[in-house]
Ligand binder design. Structure first.
Ligand SMILES: Cc1cc2nc3c(=O)[nH]c(=O)nc-3n(C[C@H](O)[C@H](O)[C@H](O)COP(=O)(O)O)c2cc1C
Length: 162
């Protein structure tokens, strides 16, 4: 068990949860799923998500159960909505940014991976992520390359020992 790493993620339809579970299994660390208080399921849920993402809106999320200050590295996982991070994760970062020391990002998306998506969050957090991992839905279906996961978690493990 690595007590210095926490995974925080939001997943609307299960893809990001799958990646979070794989990473949690490899690192053996605590996990905190973000619970969104608004119903985002179904067709109208999809429309709401797209609207919130396009206009950089915040959403009501439940209080985090883990003490973020206890962790050396927090991994933040999100689906990509309209080319951006999902609104529940936008809300999480906005609310808790002062408690985040070192971060790493992972995301799932329908299209081919594009790391530029995280540039704007870096500006908000004013810190470089330790690592970034982006998985396409295609990769998720065909089986994620284990090396890609290892390349992602290695710098995280290293910086959680500092
Ligand atoms: C509202 C909405 C907007 C999306 N926009 C994009 C997008 O701009 N680019 C992309 O590659 N995938 C997009 N997707 C696909 C999701 O990123 C992809 O299905 C992701 O794996 C979903 O993760 P989840 O199952 O954890 O919710 C969008 C999905 C939703 C619901």
């Amino acid at each position: 068990m690595n007590p210095s790493v926490l995974i925080v993620y939001y997943s609307r339809s299960g893809n990001t949860r799958k990646v979070a579970d794989m990473i949690a299994h490899l690192i053996d660390c605590d996990v905190e799923p973000i619970v969104c208080k608004e119903n985002l399921s179904g067709f109208w849920g999809f429309i709401k998500c797209a609207f919130y993402a396009v206009f950089n809106k915040f959403l009501q999320i439940s209080k985090i159960e883990h003490n973020l200050e206890k962790y050396k590295v927090v991994l933040i996982g999100t689906p990509i909505w309209a080319g951006k991070i999902s609104s529940p994760i936008r809300t999480f970062i906005d609310r808790y940014k002062d408690k985040l020391t070192r971060v790493a990002f992972f995301a799932t998306m329908g299209a081919e991976p594009n790391k530029g998506i995280f540039r704007k969050i870096n500006n908000t957090l004013a810190k470089e992520p330790v690592a970034i991992l982006i998985i396409s839905v295609k990769e998720l279906k065909s089986g994620i390359d284990k090396k890609k996961l290892i390349d992602f978690i290695t710098p995280i493990q290293d910086s959680s020992n500092i």
